[in-house]
Design a protein around this ligand. Structure first.
Ligand code: PLP
Length: 446
């Protein structure tokens, strides 16, 4: 092995060694967008500028940044118990947090399996679905159905059921046996809809088509995001999720809602399942559970699914799956403090109350140059801009850059789609400020 080039203490803080995820590394390193601090609704750049956070970090800091109760809970936990083995042992806060999450969940979604990210949550849910059919003697149910334009993280399972081509095309055959529903988005039918579109519920019937093709006896589960956020915020057509639930029931297929973004207030409820009046068999969550302060993810499971595993000799492991850091004490402490904040400040209801004003402010961008569609739902919005003739994604990237460097404003750009999802503590004045800034940026990149 090569010798280290220098002693660790003399290594300069160089931009080169760090390979940034989902980032054009060369462009970033030419003009880095660094963040060195945060408080409430703002980030702080190394040069001291305060940037308004229009994206809750990466759709996660729903309670705002560096909130004192969360900071204190993490500090206290680090001093009391740094780590407890996740297998064969546990610690009290893991049970407390699972109980609190189960109490927030609809229906009989009353058991929680913990992991450390959304990607792990998705792969965990897919594995539970396969194992569930297996333990019930239906081992032929191995197919997993996702949806075009869906994002379910970056594990092999999540990418296989995901439907974003750039995330798939470099990685071979992924999981065999995955298939996809069509996306629910149709610009001709839905452009400039605030909230859930009227058109598109019939697209759930696609599932019947896939059942006719593969046979229900080969299908384990369907996974969808209630609102597909990472692809540019696509709300479900009215009635679509209810239809999907009914078709899954008809065929004995498990329904998984990937709520990594939509849980914990983004749509005005603890879970989007509640907004849509649909109880899935599993819900994946991450991000907002700790308001982004410590990595954590998890899967909420219906009682019947959990019970199916609780058979056989009691000394035998029921599910051969887990992570060293499942229910990490720091994450549990952060999660409990975050749920307290959501409750004490009534942040989910606050998001719901802000919705009409948010929709109106977002729709105010209609008519600006290159704006092809605006899709607000809950406290989030996707804004499609026309691509520049010299390359898809260039206008979106320029908008992101202009936001950071010239307008002290941060948001998401996915190709030429801009997405906003502020912390739920955002004020009405700050919402106005966000869309004023965005209007200037959209004009600047025309
Ligand atoms: C719906 C959904 N699932 C899974 C993930 C993956 O989460 P993570 O990046 O924490 O692995 C994301 C991330 O944005 C997501 O939006």
């Amino acid at each position: 092995m090569a010798q280290a080039k220098t002693s660790p203490v003399s290594v300069p803080n160089d931009l080169e060694p760090y390979w940034l995820p989902f980032t054009p590394n060369r462009a970033f390193k030419t003009r880095p967008r660094l963040i060195s601090g945060a408080k409430d609704m703002h980030y702080v750049a190394p040069d001291g500028r305060r940037l308004l956070d229009g994206s809750a970090g990466l759709w996660c800091t729903n309670a705002g940044h560096n909130r004192d109760p969360i900071v204190k809970a993490i500090q206290a936990q680090a001093a009391e118990l740094d780590y407890a083995p996740a297998f064969q042992f546990s610690h009290p806060k893991a049970f407390e947090l699972a109980s609190r999450i189960a109490a927030l969940a609809p229906g009989d979604l009353d058991h929680v399996f913990f992991c450390n990210s959304g990607s792990e949550a998705v792969d965990t849910a897919l594995k539970i679905a396969l194992a569930y059919h297996n333990v019930r003697g239906n081992a032929s149910r191995v197919r997993l159905i996702g949806r075009e334009r869906g994002y379910h993280g970056v594990g092999f399972g999540g990418v296989a059921v995901g439907g974003i081509v750039a995330n798939r095309k470099q990685f071979g055959t992924l999981l065999v046996g995955a298939d996809h529903l069509t996306s629910t988005y149709n610009r001709a039918e839905q452009a400039f809809t605030a909230g859930e579109p009227e058109w598109g519920a019939h697209l759930a019937d696609e599932l019947d088509r896939l059942v006719a093709l593969h046979d229900a006896s080969t299908i384990a589960a369907v996974i969808v995001e209630p609102v597909a956020c990472s692809t540019g915020v696509l709300a479900p057509p009215k009635g679509y999720l209810q239809k999907l639930r009914a078709i899954c029931d008809k065929h004995g297929i498990l329904l998984i809602f990937d709520e990594v973004i939509t849980a914990y207030g983004r749509l005005g409820h603890a879970f989007a399942a509640e907004r849509y009046g649909v109880v899935p068999d599993m819900i994946t969550f991450a991000k907002g559970i700790t308001s982004g302060a410590v990595p954590m993810g998890g899967v909420l499971v219906r009682k019947g699914v959990y019970d199916a595993f609780m058979k056989g000799p009691e000394h035998v492991i029921e599910l051969f799956h887990g992570y060293t850091y499942s229910a990490h004490p720091l994450a549990c402490a952060a999660g409990l403090a975050t749920l307290d904040l959501y409750r004490d400040e009534d942040l989910f209801a606050r998001a719901k109350k802000l919705e009409p004003m948010w929709y109106e402010a977002a729709m105010g961008l209609k008519g600006l140059p290159n704006v092809l569609d605006i899709r607000p739902v809950g406290l989030t919005v996707g804004i499609d801009l026309a691509s520049k003739p010299d390359g898809a994604g260039r206008r979106g990237y320029q908008a992101l850059d202009a936001g950071y460097f010239e307008h002290d404003f941060m948001f998401r750009a996915v190709g030429d789609t801009l997405a906003l999802s502020p912390p739920l503590i955002v004020s009405e004045a700050q919402i106005g400020e966000m869309f004023d800034k965005l209007a200037k940026i959209i004009k600047a990149v025309a």
